[in-house]
Structure formats: C-alpha cells, structure tokens
Design a protein around this ligand. Structure first.
Ligand SMILES: Nc1ncnc2c1ncn2[C@@H]1O[C@H](COP(=O)(O)OP(=O)(O)OP(=O)(O)O)[C@@H](O)[C@H]1O
Ligand SMILES: [Mg+2]
Length: 218
C-alpha cells in the first residue's frame, strides 16, 4: 500500500479538498481501493465523507498514535492507496504522521504569504526523510502569480504540472460530500484532478521503488 500524506503548515492551503479529490481520482483511474484517513482534530475530511452517499473511497478513523498499526491493518485488508489529511500549524502532529508517508503532497496557494510559509513544511518533510512534491492550488486563471509560484516552489522540489484552479465547484463539492469528478465528470476541474493523480502516482511509484531498492511493491 502506498501512503500519501497531505501536509502544509499554512491553514486553508487545500489539504482536505485535495485529499478527497486525489482518493476519488485514484479510484477512478483503477488504482484503488483507496482509503482516507483524517488526522485533523477539525474533522473536515470526516465531515465530507459523512455527507457522502458513495462508500468509496473508504474512511478509516484512527488516532495519530495508532496510525502505523492502522496503516498496516489497511494494507493487509487489501487497500492499495491511503490518503492522509493532516492539521495545519500543529508541528508535532504533522511530523508524527509524516513518519508513515511514502510521499508528501504539499498544496500551496500562489500567494507571497503561502510561498514564504512553505519552507517550514518542507523542513518537516526533510526531517522525516520523505520525498515531497508541490501542487499549486486555488490559482486564478492566467495570473502571473501562478508562474512565479511554480518558479519559487521549483527551487525546493518538484511541482505538479497540473495547476489546481480556484473554482466554485471545488468549494461546493466539499459541502455535499462529492468531488468535482462527480459534479461534472467532463469539466476542467475533473481533468485537473485526473492529471494531478497521474503525476502523484508516478512520483509515488518512483519513491516506493527507491525505498525497496529498485523493486516495485504495493
Ligand atoms: N481549488 C479550489 N477552488 C476554490 N476553493 C477551494 C479550492 N480548494 C480549496 N478551496 C476552499 O478553500 C478553503 C480551504 O480548503 P481546505 O479546507 O481544503 O484547506 P486545508 O488546507 O485543508 O485547510 P485547513 O488548514 O484548515 O485544514 C475551503 O473553503 C475550500 O472549499
Ligand atoms: Mg483541512
């Protein structure tokens, strides 16, 4: 099982939104079954899942202390992908979760504040010795800020070529337990999520291979 952890010290970057969407995208691409794990005391991901009619991806409640054991159990149960949401700002909690990550996905809004704050999240991923990638989120169309953000983030590490734009369908989908793939399967947001999943999957496979000394594994 591959474990993808969404992390950013900065609040509101899009961790919870992307966690839900990535898990749905993984299922849609045939890379599931995927399971969501909410380690944020705010419980936003769990609230989204509870409002949801579809039962896939699954949600597995756990405490941070029990996370390693829970992940082992989920892997034995046959899950292929675990997507873990984390709280903002609580450094200890984020660090503890990162220890279980195969890949850290760091959503970042293209604003000077967010870009300045990204260093602390990168430092946590580095301290845990985990590979990380960035996704630019909530980007306004054709904004020069987006280009600058990609350039700035590239100095730290790989940036997903799929830019996640600021659209009401992302925000709306969080309210009724769906995702943009489900509200408009042929829309631009759904295409972004499929592309983002393709990138994350490729990176995840690469890092798992490196960890296993060149052999692929689930
Ligand atoms: N691509 C997007 N377009 C429009 N709105 C978005 C997008 N992504 C997220 N949002 C909205 O921005 C807000 C913050 O998103 P989200 O809750 O996913 O961030 P977060 O990083 O999990 O926040 P927190 O740090 O509080 O956990 C939410 O209201 C969400 O609906
Ligand atoms: Mg959140």
């Amino acid at each position: 099982m591959h474990v993808i952890v969404l992390a950013s010290q900065k609040g509101g970057a899009g961790k919870t939104t992307l966690a839900a969407h990535i898990a749905v995208a993984a299922e849609a691409a045939g890379d599931g079954p995927a399971v969501l794990i909410d380690t944020d005391p705010q419980g936003s991901l769990s609230a989204w899942w509870n409002a949801r009619e579809a039962r896939a991806p699954a949600l597995a409640p756990t405490s941070i202390a029990e996370l390693p054991a829970k992940l082992a159990a989920l892997a034995s149960a046959g899950y292929a992908i675990a997507v873990v949401d984390t709280p903002p700002a609580i450094t200890e909690a984020i660090s503890a979760v990162l220890r279980s990550a195969d890949l850290v996905l760091i959503p970042t809004r293209p604003s000077p504040h967010d870009l300045r704050a990204v260093g602390s999240t990168v430092a946590l991923a580095r301290a845990a010795g985990k590979p990380f990638v960035f996704a630019v989120t909530q980007a306004k169309p054709n904004a020069r800020l987006t280009v600058q953000a990609v350039a700035a983030l590239s100095e730290h590490g790989a940036v997903a070529p799929a830019i996640v734009h600021d659209r009401v369908d992302y925000a709306g989908s969080m309210i009724d337990g769906r995702t943009v793939q489900e509200t408009d399967a042929k829309g631009r947001s759904a295409a972004e999520m499929a592309e983002l999943w393709g990138f994350v999957k490729a990176r995840m496979t690469k890092s798992t291979k490196a960890r296993n000394g060149g052999k692929e594994s689930r």
